[in-house]
Design a binder for this molecule. Sequence first.
Ligand SMILES: *Cc1c(COP(=O)(O)O)cnc(C)c1O
Length: 386
Amino acid sequence: MSDNFLPFSKPTISEEAIAEVTECLRSGWITTGPRVEKLSTLLREYLNSPHAILLTSATAGMHLTLLALNLQPEDEVITASMTFISTPNMIVQAGGKPVFVDINRQTLNMEIADIEKAITPNTRAIIPVHFAGLPMDLDPLYALAKKHGLRVIEDAAHAIGAYYKEKIIGSFGDIQIFSFHPNKNMTTGEGGCITIRDEELATQIRLMAFHGMDRAAWNRYAKTGKQDYEIIAPGFKYNMMDIQAAIGLHQVPHLKEFNEKRRRLAERYVEQLQGWPELELPKMPPYQALHAWHIFTPLLNIEKIGMDRAHFMSLLKEHNIGSGVHYKAAHLYPYYQNNYPVAPGKLINTEYVSERIVSLPLFPTMTFEDQDRVIGAMRTIFNSAT
Ligand SMILES: *Cc1c(COP(=O)(O)O)cnc(C)c1O
């Protein structure tokens, strides 16, 4: 057994990134400024998007985007319950009503037919989650949204560098929101990014991200910038700092390589774990997509192994191996049970997955030896359990 704890996720921070942060700190400009501008340019190029709006988090991006839709009471927003809680939380904060749709047990993504069934005259938007970095089937989704006049906000928190058919996520469609939390495929410490093609909505989001001010602060104080400003809406303060962008500037150039390493490890997990009766492995959909493998999430066959997930995770921890739960279904939390109850049996696959899903270690600097240790520990745990 190893003395070294293997976490389920770990950011890859280069010496160049550390030097850039130091340089930023010494430069005299640490909040939103030239490094944020440069990171935005890098991301616009990488994601082939006319806008890359950098913010403090993806949650902030979801908040601003949903607010910009000006939801009215009774307005509904369709999303998966198998997602991070920030998305339903922001739907509620923006005045909308979350409507949860079930997922496919194998891809862990929503199905178009289920989304279609959930559309009512009150539906305003759909938030697909590209779960684990696997893009949803976007052609039929956008066709459906167009038919019903709905906005689509892609929760791309897991999906930077993922492709749907020939196109990178972020380069087409309505709105995409990426997260740069340390566990994600690239990081800025905390941070998020919106890609968008609707100029009017982009302007509204930018305005509300910084106090409702018509100019960013660094322009105000720059030699050529204007000294005063107008407040035209009661905005928030969601701007990314240059200290954060300094990290991101040295992540984007490595993203492809990070994701390739993740993919190699995920494919190796699939190869090695194929056929284990204790696990159900994630599967690719019939359409063409390049997975970003943000997380590797098999389902535990809890009936077969005779223990619940919490016990399995505690045994892995005894082997010095970390794991995670992504996610407990949103509709099962007390706030949502009390305020947005879901009829029993409506989210049957989501509830099945919620009880069994586990995230195994997966990050770019993880070695095959690390991975063999995870696989060996699981074999030991399963053998002694059954
Ligand atoms: C991480 C995550 C978010 C929130 O991202 P933050 O940057 O932490 O706000 C939203 N949705 C999903 C699916 C996530 O994984």
